[in-house]
Design a protein around this ligand. Structure first.
Ligand code: HEC
Length: 285
């Protein structure tokens, strides 16, 4: 072997383990998806968008009956009205989301390469309001959830198309979200994956646990539980509201909605359902 060949092969040997552990979102997605399709061979891939009802036939009928007269419909209408309402300067939220009629949700969250951060639908809504001198909204429910529901509704039928940008900064956000998903936390010392991967389809107290594949496709959701907790009966809530609830289930302190931590989690979590059809808003227990 000549000198150069020796150096090249030495460098390759050094690099191999590094390449092996480097983030590989595409491979992650493949592994994630095949875990669930192998585990639930009777559930067609496209049906995972229906959450727990994709693996729990017993509760599916009741849920399908709910979906015939969906309680989220009035909130989609409220969201539409707000979306088109003129700001004081004559513009509207519609000016910030020009493509909404053809669906935009499939591209969210996205990595903004100028700002080096993940942008969610809800963040973009509040930034639009702020930039136009309007009052911003609370993050997790009420008007924000109605607007998010309208945007989701207009994107129904599109396929999740989150892009993990190939830059160090974007990979850091992706890795942070992935870490949150697999890290044990709280007094119960459980990770998202413990419940929604390892125990998907199993029962925990009164609930059957949903598979994490397809989790994000139908957000925001109307929950009966949230409706009962609200004076007006408005049961709409965003994905970050749900994250907070699930962090609390294991008695961990939830992060703030739209914090970097939850945006990173949303980046990873939504990417794992890429290619599945969007069907938001949804209805859940
Ligand atoms: C102790 C178990 C447990 C842990 C840990 C947990 N969850 Fe959940 N989660 C539940 C239960 C129970 C529900 C309601 C039934 C269902 O849909 O799975 C739920 C529901 C959800 C839903 C709504 C599913 C749908 O179809 O609308 C999402 C999204 C979710 N969890 C995400 C997460 C994320 C992300 C984490 C980690 C931060 C997490 N969960 C941690 C128990 C858990």
């Amino acid at each position: 072997m000549n000198k150069i060949a020796v150096i090249v092969s030495a460098v390759c040997m050094l690099l191999t383990p590094l390449v092996g552990i480097a983030a590989n979102p595409e491979q992650d997605l493949k592994d994630f998806r095949s875990y669930f399709t192998d585990r639930f061979p009777e559930t067609p891939l496209h049906d995972f968008i229906n959450g727990v009802y994709s693996v729990d036939k017993a509760s599916r009928e009741q849920w399908e009956a709910f979906e015939e007269f969906p309680p989220y419909e009035i909130y989609v209408d409220k969201g539409e009205a707000l979306f088109n309402k003129s700001f004081k300067n004559g513009k509207s939220l519609a000016s910030c989301f020009p493509g909404v009629k053809n669906g935009v949700k499939q591209n969210f969250p996205f990595f903004d390469t100028k700002r080096n951060e993940v942008i969610t639908v809800e963040l973009a809504i509040n930034e639009c309001l702020e930039n136009n001198g309007e009052e911003t909204l609370k993050w997790q429910k009420g008007k924000m959830a109605h607007l998010s529901a309208y945007i989701a509704y207009k994107s129904r039928g599109k396929k999740g198309n989150v892009k993990i940008v190939n830059s160090d900064e974007s990979m850091q956000w992706y890795e942070r979200g992935k870490k949150h998903f697999y890290a044990k936390r709280g007094q119960l010392n459980m990770s998202c994956a413990d419940c929604h991967v390892n125990n998907a389809g199993n029962r925990i107290r009164a609930d059957v646990l949903s598979p994490a594949l397809g989790h994000t496709s139908h957000f925001p959701v109307y929950r009966n539980k949230w409706s009962l907790a609200s004076k007006s009966g408005d049961g709409m809530g965003t994905l970050h509201r749900r994250y907070g609830g699930c962090n609390k289930q294991v008695r961990a302190k939830p992060f703030k909605p739209q914090s970097e931590e939850y945006r990173a989690l949303e980046y990873f979590h939504t990417y794992m359902s890429n290619g599945l059809t969007l069907n938001g808003p949804g209805i859940r227990k």
